[in-house]
Design a protein around this ligand. Structure first.
Ligand SMILES: [Zn+2]
Length: 678
């Protein structure tokens, strides 16, 4: 389901880097061995800052990429493995119901003997129901059943704050239902995309054979599934189009919904979902919903039954016996991401546990890994960075006083979420059984979907967290006007209580600045201090903002990610604006923090300013497989890490000054071509 939440980096896929300096207790927040001093900083700062690290590190066989986010995630995994192993061992006699559920869930996932013995049998009841479908109404009922289990077949349904009245939460229908990562995988005509589609059809066919169909029937079904998904893809909005919040807002009464999809029995759907009294919903893409409705009428019933079967199997395959796990891995990890080795079972089970029971696991994590001191220090940085943005806003010559006053109000009302939630999620209605594992997975999905549906037609809870505490990421949510920094990211190299200020401001500080400026990027700026989509900017200010944002867009369009594939400047615009703004604000806050103090001493021969910019570059040290880079360029609103490093810095005169770069150097853009927003 599409979300307005803007994480700092794309989803992480993650091996143990046991020799981290922090783990050895020798904090050196900027290890000189990570630099490549044979590469001039003014020529390619990414390689200057990270060349040593890039030479020493290889991508582990079970990951599509390797970088500082992954290093931290692997450390977090190592910390959590013990918690989970103990909870699984103690589950039969545990008195704490939450720990019993966590232990049961993880334990059944780790019980490979039971998982192998069960095969696909636990899904038999569901598959039989699909087989018995006789007409369109039966397909709709099955779609509702899948939605109740968190599987977004044909379209996604869930809750979201009303974008124009964000204090209340409403229902939303959103485009979905594709088995590949994006609509473009179905619509592009280049030979690589053609080849991926052929691989996909074979993959669908193999999975259906594993589930019991003979090869001719499975091949026929796979072709039908591809036809349905292709029709859905053509009706879907592109990722760039989805960056326009107004175009996704179509608040509709249930009568209006019936007009958009006249053949669909909505009342039956609501009652399947336990939402009989529902009065309205936002339909993000009315055209897409219309296509679903007409496909339900026009495509053969057998095709829809194949599609339903496929959705159930594809979404549960990682929890089934090894033939399903291996085939799912072959396509999704090897073909799409270039990964040759499967993650060890415990890491896969840990990821599932974090997803299903993240706020139980998270409590154990923060007890061990997060201190009140870290929280206080982070809050202090947030305060300093926020006041720096305020002073930068007031100094802008291109923004009117009218818009500025509202921008200050928005800045003042930002909610700070640091470490973990104040109130933990209630899991009392979640059930975990002795096995088999796929049953627990479906129960957890059902619990989560129910929790989500229960928010509909209720006041919005802005204190809710969208990320679990061990997550190595950060985010901004424009509907809540809230920034979140889970405990998992508040570690070196992002944040190190023992490090000098330059390093913390260049790392965590710039990340905080990044998230705060999301409230003012091309999307976020359209939401006001209360999280409502409203035109609070003057027309002249909007025009000037867009003119300045265009400069950023064109700069990133110019970068080549791999072969001849360019970065998509429009898709990555919000993130690139946030990187540039975040760095400038954090740099300003760092300089301000030095007022009245002696200049920071050089460390390893590096000045404070140099360390600030090196800290930024080192959080982005990353190596990625070419297949994965291709996938991300298509779907990820973040530019590849190399360009997140050099892109913003090439616009910052303080960077050029810190390293003595001259006009004409690749890391220095001429003043007339510089991006300047904040
Ligand atoms: Zn971001």
């Amino acid at each position: 389901m599409h979300s307005w939440i803007r994480p700092l980096a794309a989803g992480l896929f993650c091996s143990v880097w046991a020799t981290s300096l922090a783990a050895q207790g020798q904090t050196n927040p900027l290890d000189p061995a990570n630099l490549d001093t044979t590469c001039a900083p003014c020529k390619d700062f990414f390689r200057f800052a990270n060349g040593g690290w890039l030479r020493r590190n290889e991508i582990p066989g079970d990951l599509p990429r390797w970088g500082s986010f992954n290093e931290l995630q692997e450390q977090n995994y190592a910390a959590l493995q013990q918690v989970l192993t103990e909870s699984a061992r103690n589950a039969p006699t545990a008195r704490d119901p939450n720990m019993k559920k966590l232990g049961t869930f993880y334990g059944t996932c780790m019980d490979s003997t039971a998982v192998e013995a069960a095969g696909i049998t636990p899904l038999k009841g569901e598959l039989d129901q699909i087989a018995a479908i006789e007409n369109r109404r039966g397909v709709e009922t099955a779609l509702a059943r899948l939605h109740r289990h968190g599987i977004p077949a044909a379209f996604a349904f869930g809750s979201k704050p009303d974008a124009k009245r964000s204090t209340r939460t409403i229902a939303e229908v959103y485009q979905a239902g594709l088995g590949m990562p994006d609509r473009d995988y179905y619509t592009k005509t280049d030979s690589a995309s053609e080849k991926t589609r052929q691989e996909y059809v074979q993959h669908v066919s193999r999975m259906l054979q594993l589930a019991g169909q003979d090869s001719a029937l499975a091949a026929g079904s796979a072709g039908a599934i591809m036809r349905l998904e292709t029709a859905l893809a053509h009706a879907s909005m592109t990722r760039e189009e989805q960056r326009d919040p107004e175009s996704l807002y179509h608040l509709t009464t249930t009568a209006g919904l019936q007009k958009m999809a006249p053949g669909f029995a909505w009342s039956g759907y609501w009652s399947q979902l336990g939402l009989e009294g529902i009065k309205e919903a936002n339909v993000a893409q009315p055209k897409f919903l219309g296509t679903v409705d007409s496909l339900l009428a026009s495509a053969p019933l057998a095709d829809w039954k194949a599609y339903l079967r496929w959705n159930l199997i594809a979404n549960t395959a990682p929890a089934l016996s090894s033939p399903f796990v291996k085939e799912s891995f072959r396509f999704n990890s090897t073909v799409l991401r270039g990964v040759s080795e499967m993650r060890p079972r415990w890491k896969r089970c840990l990821a599932s546990s974090d997803q299903a029971l993240g706020e139980i696991l998270g409590q154990a994590y923060v007890r061990k890994n997060f201190t009140p001191e870290a929280k206080a220090r982070a809050l202090e940085m947030v305060r300093n960075i926020r006041s720096e943005l305020k002073s930068r806003l007031s100094g802008l010559t291109w923004m009117s006083q009218e818009t500025k006053t509202k921008a200050y109000a928005k800045l003042e009302t930002i909610i700070n979420k640091i470490g973990y939630p104040d109130t933990w999620r209630d899991y009392s209605r979640l059930e975990a059984r002795p096995g088999p594992f796929v049953t627990n997975l479906l129960l957890a999905n059902e619990f989560e979907a129910r929790r989500d549906f229960n928010k509909i037609a209720r006041p919005t809870d802005r204190a809710e967290w969208g990320m679990t505490p061990p997550t190595v990421n950060a985010s901004y949510n424009p509907l809540y006007n809230a920034i979140s920094f889970p405990a998992g990211i508040m570690q070196p190299p992002f944040f190190d209580p023992k490090a000098d200020d330059a390093v913390n401001y260049g790392g965590m500080g710039a990340v905080i600045g990044h998230e705060i400026t999301h409230g003012f990027d091309d999307e976020g700026r359209q939401f006001d201090s209360q999280g409502n989509l409203s035109g609070w900017w003057t027309d002249a200010d909007t025009k000037e903002f867009n003119r300045r944002a265009d400069v950023v867009e064109k700069q990133f369009d110019g970068y080549v990610a791999i072969d001849s594939l360019h970065v998509n400047g429009k898709l990555t615009l919000g993130e690139n604006i946030a990187d540039l703004g975040g760095l400038l604000i954090s740099y300003g806050a760092y300089r301000r923090s030095l007022a009245g103090k002696p200049q920071p001493r050089r460390i390893d021969g590096l000045t404070g300013d140099q360390r600030f910019f090196l800290a930024w570059a080192q959080i982005w040290r990353t190596k990625a497989r070419p297949e994965f880079t291709r996938l991300l360029v298509n779907v990820d609103p973040h530019a590849p890490p190399e360009f997140r490093t050099v892109g913003p810095l090439s616009n910052i005169p303080a960077f050029a000054k810190a390293f003595g770069c001259k006009p004409g150097d690749p890391m220095v853009r001429p003043e007339t071509q510089r991006a300047q927003i904040w």
